[in-house]
Design a binder for this molecule. Structure first.
Ligand code: ADP
Length: 370
């Protein structure tokens, strides 16, 4: 005789009903709390359920439930993956490039529901940032190789020419040696800049937080570029009040000023002017490096602080630029809890603004009006 207290396995015991509902509620909460988008389809591939993250990820203003994959996302591949999961019990992984106001790269894993349930599920994972970083890394490696190749090719070419006889040509030999020398300097500048960047990025470089007299730092940096400025009759005007102190790393501050002054002198035509000014703005000190050079078109400005980004590649290389100066500035300033931005327009010169924290414990540092 059957024991009346034993339930059949497919009939939930009344006492277990709340457990089942609880389990379902927990499952629902987990799915809703996921950063990844999730949908579930019926066996004909129609979406029957999804979480909030999916709507945000797909940036969809309309309902998803009741629609097939192909109606929601313009992708034959996704529709085919859902069909395969529903009909052939097969999982697939694919990547979607979603266009529109907010372009996104989304990795999708589609699988059959299994457990004797018909239908499929899909998990959507936003990989936009990951793919962007991969591209940055690949571009960086390509750029470094390209930048290194130019001087290395020149050095090798001239050395070979010298070895195959030009060494005994008194007119040509000194010129070739001079080129080799200049290109090897360029190579070492490039390597130095790359090392500096990598130290900054890996946060290996311990930056100090000391009160630094800005007038002295500006004086030191400007001395370094004076010979270059003098050779092109460019006047550098320093207007930094002696009582201004920033809380930063001494070498870092000088490097920032030096890179900005060096660019201003480099890109400003002969007989030009460069101004370096500073003023206190509440808790920060704003340093301005301005020139009356050619200026920069607006379309270049958002990318100017990227590694190897140059407005005019030929001109930058001719002037001995590595294309890394401004990205070093950006990294240094950020590491010193400051900020850097640029204002420029063709024919209007360029102005770079750097803000750094003011050194509070130092007497003086009065707010500058304006
Ligand atoms: P580079 O070594 O080429 O000077 P940077 O990172 O220092 O590299 O600068 C990036 C680019 O920004 C330069 O190649 C140049 O095109 C532009 N640029 C920087 N400063 C100035 C400036 N003061 N005036 C005009 N263009 C500038």
């Amino acid at each position: 005789m059957a024991n009346p207290t034993v339930q059949k396995s497919d009939e939930p015991a009344p006492g277990n009903m709340s457990d089942t509902s609880r389990a379902l509620a927990v499952l629902r909460a987990v799915i809703d709390g996921m950063a990844e988008g999730v949908w579930v389809t019926s066996e004909d591939g129609t979406v029957v359920e999804h979480n909030n993250a999916l709507k945000e990820l797909l940036f969809s203003g309309t309902a998803l439930v009741g629609h097939k994959a192909g109606e929601i996302v313009e992708s034959d591949e996704l529709q085919q993956a859902v069909d395969r999961a529903c009909r052939e019990n097969a999982s697939s992984r694919l990547e979607l490039n979603l266009e529109g106001v907010r372009p996104r790269v989304v990795s999708v894993h589609v699988s059959p529901l299994g457990h004797d349930l018909s239908g499929s599920s899909a998990v959507f994972f936003d990989v936009t940032e990951l793919r962007r970083l991969e591209k940055v890394r690949k571009d960086f490696v390509a750029n470094v190789s390209h930048e290194l190749r130019t001087p290395v090719t020149a050095i090798r070419g001239y050395a070979e020419t010298l070895l195959s006889g030009a060494l005994s040509d008194p007119a040509a030999a000194p010129k070739m040696v001079d080129i080799i020398h200049r290109q090897s300097e360029r190579l070492s500048e490039l390597v130095e800049d790359l090392l500096e960047l990598s130290r900054l990025e890996s946060r290996e470089l311990q930056l100090a937080e000391k009160p630094i007299n800005l007038a002295q730092a500006a004086q030191g940096a400007s001395e370094a570029v004076r010979p270059k400025a003098r050779a092109r009759n460019i006047e550098i005007e320093l207007q930094v009040a002696p009582e201004l102190y920033v809380l930063a790393d001494p070498r870092g501050v000088e490097q920032v000023i030096l890179n900005l002054l060096d660019n201003a002198v480099k890109y400003t035509p002969v007989n030009g002017h460069v101004w370096l000014r500073a003023r206190r703005l509440n808790e920060h000190i704003e340093l301005t490096v301005k020139d009356d050079g050619p200026g920069i078109e607006a379309r270049h400005l958002p990318r100017l602080f990227e590694r190897f980004y140059r407005v005019d590649k030929g001109r930058s290389r001719d002037m001995g630029g590595t294309g890394l100066g401004l990205s070093i500035v950006k990294h240094l300033v950020t590491a010193m809890k400051g900020d850097v931005r640029v204002e420029s327009a063709p024919g209007q010169g360029s102005t770079f603004y750097v803000t750094l924290p003011v050194a509070p414990q130092v007497a003086g540092n009065p707010p500058t009006p304006g």
